[in-house]
Write a protein that binds this ligand. Structure first.
Ligand code: SF4
Length: 390
């Protein structure tokens, strides 16, 4: 995630995002071979597919379907997923590079934290950011320039508030973008270009375009019948086809938990105070990463908000074999939400990388049947409304 782009960009360090590079291998149909290579090297089939694809790419001197990824000079990660920690150990061993692991204190339970807990956590994080800055000075040989950090944080402010606005704009009917397909592209820019002028400009223009669509009733599809929310990580091995199985029934994804957690919580639109950059960066990262963790661990609470605000007809849960961080507990969370709210949901399992566990025909049968159910539910609701009016 782009959580520390602000600091890295202040040192003009080009940044590579291994999760984004890995998902691209699935979309470009080369993940299968890479997973096989990593498994031959000794990684178990049930380890995160992003890690395995990256291991195979790194072992092949950075050879990726879109070009050669240069040898890293430093690795920076958070604990937003525990897998990152073992993943970085691989780079450390293979490339002999410094690794900076930022330990972001997560939520201790659902609901807001106390003011003193947040302040303690913020100070803990601020100390680690100062260590990251020293590590970047050592790697680049450049002195830290706080005004340059203010500049990158200013770009990140524009991007974060626009990202929040983009997500809010999909409350419109019809939806102005598809949260699963377009939303994934926006996410890539939100992470990869955070802290840069290009990222800020992209999002300013995106807001302008989507506001125009919302004001003029221009939807992402001409025929929106069912407004859906997606929970989990997309099915990248058949990315386009997966979405088509819903759009063929005029189902449109209006929001997803992915847009929240995979942007590292940037959906909150937090804006840094540039007068006190390092303190404010610590506060922003803390609040954002906590929120990203909450949208994985307590996503039923987030979904309840979405149901109201986005006029949702149904929820699609997509737990995946190789990302336990996101998938663990989804069945229970679905049950808990179903007990509180009368909202139809579909639970389909596959993977975000491994085509061996993606069964398109089986998925299509389940999805077709789900839409049949949604159609009958709507007919029943209309006929009971008609009876009430009479
Ligand atoms: S387990 Fe999930 S969140 Fe963690 S690195 Fe893999 S895909 Fe990302």
């Amino acid at each position: 995630m782009g959580s520390f782009n602000e600091v890295l960009a202040a040192f003009d360090l080009p940044v590579v995002f291994p999760e984004i590079n890995s998902l691209q291998t699935a979309v470009r149909k080369s993940a299968h071979e890479l997973l096989g290579k990593a498994e031959d090297y000794g990684y178990s089939p049930d380890i995160c597919g992003y890690v395995k694809a990256d291991v195979a790419v790194q072992l092949d001197r950075g050879n990726h379907p879109t070009g050669r990824i240069p040898k890293p000079g430093i690795a920076v990660l958070t604990n937003a997923c525990n897998t990152y920690i073992k993943w970085a150990e691989f780079w450390e061993r293979l490339h002999g590079i410094p690794v900076v692991t930022i330990d972001v204190p997560g939520p201790r339970g659902p609901g807001p934290a106390s003011r003193s807990e947040l302040e303690n956590d913020r100070r803990y994080l601020e100390g680690q950011i100062r260590e990251l800055i020293s590590a970047c000075e050592a790697v680049t040989g450049k002195r830290f320039d706080i005004d340059r950090l203010r500049e990158t944080m200013g770009h990140a402010n524009v991007l974060s508030s626009a990202w929040k606005r983009v997500i809010e704009l999909n409350r419109s009917r019809p939806a102005v973008f598809n949260a699963l397909t377009d939303g994934t592209v926006f996410l890539g820019v939100a992470n990869g270009f955070r802290g840069t002028a290009a990222g800020a400009q992209y999002f300013q223009r995106l807001v302008e375009e989507l506001e125009h669509k919302a004001a003029n009733g221009i939807g992402t599809t001409e025929d929106e019948r069912y407004r859906l929310v997606f929970v989990g990580v997309p099915c990248y091995p058949i990315f386009r086809r997966f979405n088509e199985m819903f759009s063929e029934h005029s189902g449109v994804y209006v929001n997803s938990t992915y847009l929240w957690f995979a942007s590292g919580g940037a959906n909150r639109g937090f804006e840094y105070e540039l007068a006190r950059p390092i303190e404010s960066l610590a506060e922003g990262v803390l609040l954002n990463v906590r929120s990203a963790m909450e949208s994985m661990f307590y996503q039923d609470l987030m979904l309840e908000q979405m149901l109201e605000n986005y006029a949702v007809d149904a929820i699609v849960y997509h737990p995946i074999k190789s990302c336990r961080t996101v998938s663990t507990g989804l069945a229970d969370a679905r049950g808990a939400l179903g007990g509180r709210r009368d909202v139809p949901s579909l639970f389909i399992e596959s993977d975000m990388m491994d085509r061996r566990v993606v069964s398109e025909a089986q998925m299509k049968n389940r999805i077709d049947a789900f839409f049949d159910g949604l159609a009958s539910r709507r007919m029943r609701a209309r006929s009971s409304e008609g009876r009430t009016v009479q």
